[in-house]
Design a protein around this ligand. Structure first.
Ligand code: ADP
Ligand code: MG
Length: 293
């Protein structure tokens, strides 16, 4: 399944434009949406779920346009895990999922089979009799993921599924998302660069309602190459000298001095070298370039 957004804008009544003339193509597989808080990720995702109508622009799911007459059809192909998820605290995991399956109109027998299958896949089978309120944050997220998958969606939209979880649980969720993207389109939003880098090879970087980059992560890293340097200075004062002409993104004391990471179009000093670029570096580079414009 292929999703296209063409010149989509969302302005709220309070005057905030959360999504500003964006164009995006989301192909089959897993696609990352990276941006700090307030960038517009949730708003964009709510448009894609059909819950929120854009102020202008068009959205296409394959050849199907997001329009009043098609919403029913489109919704049936979508699974959504919202950022804030509050599932019935007094129901057991199983009861909760069966109830949600019923609500979304999945035939009972199929629903039960899918619940079994996904409880197994998400390592929750042994916890299915627990009440929702007894689960850890990560387990609740996993139940949320199952909930989003009950109608076997072709397009799975997950909003900050790893936020607030411990590292082990974050890795587990990332792996599940990659697994679930084998036969569908998955849109995964996060403000955690590390989570995105681990799960996605394609992404959009969002800031203030606009995309700073969309495409292959490898190309983004390539773009940042030549702009990121590391060097060692003796002390903070020497680092401040450099700060007058270039942007320092991190400082770390080592045995040989103060190691600084710098964003600069040209070599900032004789001892500087170009490091292996990470998504974190490239993200900093994009943010810095944006700040200068
Ligand atoms: P993100 O998910 O990246 O943190 P959001 O899409 O939630 O970003 O928000 C983007 C901007 O839109 C923020 O400035 C937010 O305050 C604003 N916003 C979001 N929803 C609404 C709304 N319903 N009414 C008014 N402003 C909103
Ligand atoms: Mg959000």
């Amino acid at each position: 399944m292929n999703i296209k957004m063409k010149d989509v804008t969302v302005s709220f009544k309070n005057g905030v434009t959360a999504v500003n003339h964006v164009n995006l193509e989301i192909p089959q597989g897993i696609f990352g949406l990276l941006g700090e808080n307030g960038a517009g990720k949730t708003t964009l995702m709510r448009v894609l779920t059909t819950v929120l109508k854009p102020s202008s622009g068009t959205v296409l799911m394959d050849d199907l346009a997001y329009s009043e007459g098609n919403y029913e059809k489109i919704r049936r192909k979508i699974g959504y895990l919202p950022q804030e998820l509050n599932l019935y605290p007094n129901l057991t995991v199983r009861e909760c999922l069966e109830y949600l399956g019923e609500l979304s109109g999945v035939p009972r027998k199929e629903c039960r089979e899918r619940i079994d299958e996904y409880l197994e896949k998400t390592s929750l089978a042994e916890h299915q009799k627990k009440k929702m309120r007894q689960l850890s944050g990560g387990m609740k997220r996993r139940v949320g993921l199952i909930q989003a998958l009950l109608n076997e969606p072709d397009f799975l939209i997950v909003d900050e599924p790893t936020t607030g979880l411990d590292p082990e649980e974050r890795i587990r969720i990332r792996n599940l998302l990659v697994d679930f993207s084998k036969n569908r389109t998955v849109l995964f939003s996060t403000h955690v660069v590390e989570d995105l880098a681990a799960a996605c090879s394609r992404l959009a970087v969002m800031k203030k309602g606009e995309f700073l980059y969309t495409g292959e992560m490898s190309e983004l890293l390539q773009m940042a190459k030549g702009h990121i340097w590391v060097g060692t200075v003796r002390n903070e004062e020497e680092a401040r000298m450099w700060e007058q002409t270039c942007h320092i993104t991190s400082k770390q004391y080592t045995e040989s001095g103060l190691r600084v990471k710098i964003i600069s179009g040209e070599k900032p000093g004789p001892g500087c070298v170009q490091p292996e670029i990470t998504l974190e570096d490239a993200y900093m580079y994009l943010m810095n370039r944006e700040a200068k414009n």
